[in-house]
Structures are given as C-alpha cells and as structure tokens.
Design a protein around this ligand. Structure first.
Ligand SMILES: C[S@@+](CC[C@H](N)C(=O)[O-])C[C@H]1O[C@@H](n2cnc3c(N)ncnc32)[C@H](O)[C@@H]1O
Length: 285
C-alpha cells in the first residue's frame, strides 16, 4: 500500500483520513488496531489484537440485535448496508449472518482494511465495499438493500450530511426493509463540549499544527462529534417515508418526540444504550 491519499478539506473528515493514512501503511492487522483501533472502540494499548478488536464488534452486533428487537429479521436472506464500517469491527459479524453486506465508509483505506478483516473473520464472498467520497451520498440504486445499518457514524458527519445520509439510507432500502440508525443527541455536558468541538475542528484546519492535532486522541475525541440530532429533527425530514417507527433510547433519560404523527412513533426506553445515543428503527414504506 503506502500510497499518499488526498486529504479532504472538510474538517470533520480529517481524523478519519488521518487514521486511514496510518492504516494505509504496510502495518500488520494487529498494528493497525494498536495505531488506529481507538477511533472505533475507544480501546488503546500495546497488547491489542485484531481478533480481540473484531470480538468487540461481534458482541455489539449481538447486543444491538437483541436490544433493538431485530431477532426476527431474516439476515440470512438479506443484503445489509453498513454506513461507516471503518476497518470492519462489526462487518465480519454482519457477513457471518447475512446473505450480502455492503460496507460503506468515507475513508477508502479503511475499506481496504475492512476487506482484510472480513477475509480473516467473516465471509469475504458476501462483502462489497462502497466509498462515500463526499460523505453524504451513496452510489447505490434505489431499493437495493434490505436493511441500512449505521453505528457511531452519523454523529461524526456535518448535520446536513448526516440528514442526507438518512435520506439516502431510506432511498436505497427496499419498501418493507428496515433502517437501523444510531445518532447522538444533546446531554448537559454539551454546553461545554459543543463550543470546544467547534474550536478544535477550526484548529484542525491550521496548516501543519492542524494535521498533528487531528491525530491526537484528546483533540480527536473533542472535535469529532460534529452534530447532535434530536429525533424530531431527523423525523421531520423523513417521517412520511417510514412506518412502524421506533426510537430506542437510554432508560436513564426521557427523549421526547413532538413530530406530526406522534401516534405512529413509539419511544422505547432501553437498558444499556448510552444516554447520549438513540436509535431510529423503522420500516421503509
Ligand atoms: C467511530 S467509527 C465507527 C465504525 C464502526 N461502525 C464501528 O463501530 O466500529 C466511525 C466511522 O464512520 C466513518 N465516517 C465518518 N463520516 C462518514 C461519512 N460522512 N460517510 C461514511 N462514513 C463516515 C469513519 O471513517 C469511521 O470509519
């Protein structure tokens, strides 16, 4: 590999492209996880292994299938789109249970590594990859998948890009298929975190210094959450294209839904969901 790839000028893409450039080097899969794995599962250390990294993804896939009441979804006959696959932490598990998986990511080097991860731990014969070069549109036809899934990805997009990806997820999912999308919403600490994040993302654009900063863990973690979206904001855009809408959120907080068709939207307080997160699970109608 070792090719230098063009860095996007959009600040919120910088940490991914920086981590992607590291993953683009001739590192072993274990080294890639030690160097860049923390951007996916927040774990650091010299002892990390590719295998342990994928096991965290497998456990989370199993956990969310249970928490989001997806046990009856026919994965084995379905095509699943994963928006924001990274280097395949969850993708292997998805290929092991689905007919086909399309792994999509803004960083093309991550997709290369994703193929290697799936070749080792999943079913490579069931994997296609899709580069989301502009961070907001999916080069897929209408009705081409049975489920569009995304975890800890939409929070890292500019708000308009995230909302566009939601519309795209619905467009590419067949009628009767499911969208299963994870978002981050407001919490009290955001009073400080949001302005800090804006400042850090501006610093990432400063020549030389910015490139270094966007590689440091503290700065990345402060700046990479580029939006907070409430259920109402997301539903206002797409509610009429969906039915059987469920909003899963942490049992530790209320999450109001004041959209027009409130009766069609069920909120489900759920154990073991991060209080700053929520999930939209709905059928495309
Ligand atoms: C925190 S990681 C999560 C990866 C994976 N879902 C997991 O849990 O391991 C976020 C991923 O989203 C990707 N990403 C960020 N913005 C994106 C965008 N606009 N479109 C597609 N992927 C994006 C990043 O490159 C990164 O791989």
């Amino acid at each position: 590999m070792k090719t230098r790839r063009a860095i996007h000028l959009r600040a919120h893409h910088l940490p991914w492209n920086n981590a992607g450039n590291l993953a683009d080097n001739d590192l072993s899969a274990d080294d890639v996880v030690r160097e860049t794995g923390w951007v996916f599962n927040n774990e650091t250390g010299d002892e990390l292994t590719h295998q342990a990294f994928v096991e965290t993804g497998d456990k989370e896939v199993q956990r969310y299938i249970r928490l989001l009441q997806l046990e009856s979804f026919p994965f084995e006959t379905s095509t699943v789109l994963e928006i924001g696959s990274g280097i395949g932490r969850m993708t292997s598990s998805l290929t092991n249970r689905s007919k086909k998986v399309i792994a999509a990511d803004v960083d093309s080097a991550f997709l290369e590594r994703c193929r290697q991860t799936v070749a080792r731990f999943g079913r490579i014969d069931r994997l296609n990859t899709l580069h989301v070069a502009n961070g907001k549109t999916l080069a897929l036809g209408d009705d081409s998948v049975d489920m569009a899934f995304s975890y800890i990805t939409l929070q890292h997009c500019q708000p308009q890009d995230a909302l566009n990806l939601v519309r795209e997820a619905i467009r590419v999912t067949r009628k009767g298929g499911l969208v299963v999308l994870n978002f981050r919403t407001w919490v009290r600490s955001d009073v400080a975190l949001v302005p800090l994040g804006i400042t850090v993302r501006r610093l990432w654009k400063v020549p030389v210094l910015g490139k270094r900063l966007a590689r440091w863990r503290w700065s990345t973690r402060l700046g990479w959450q580029a939006n907070r979206l409430k259920p109402d904001t997301v539903l206002a855009n797409v509610e009429t294209d969906l039915s059987d809408i469920k909003i899963f959120h942490s049992i530790k907080r209320d999450l109001s839904v004041a959209n027009l068709r409130k009766s069609a939207v069920v909120t489900v307080p759920t154990n073991r969901i991060n209080p700053s997160h929520w999930w939209l699970v709905a059928q495309v109608s």
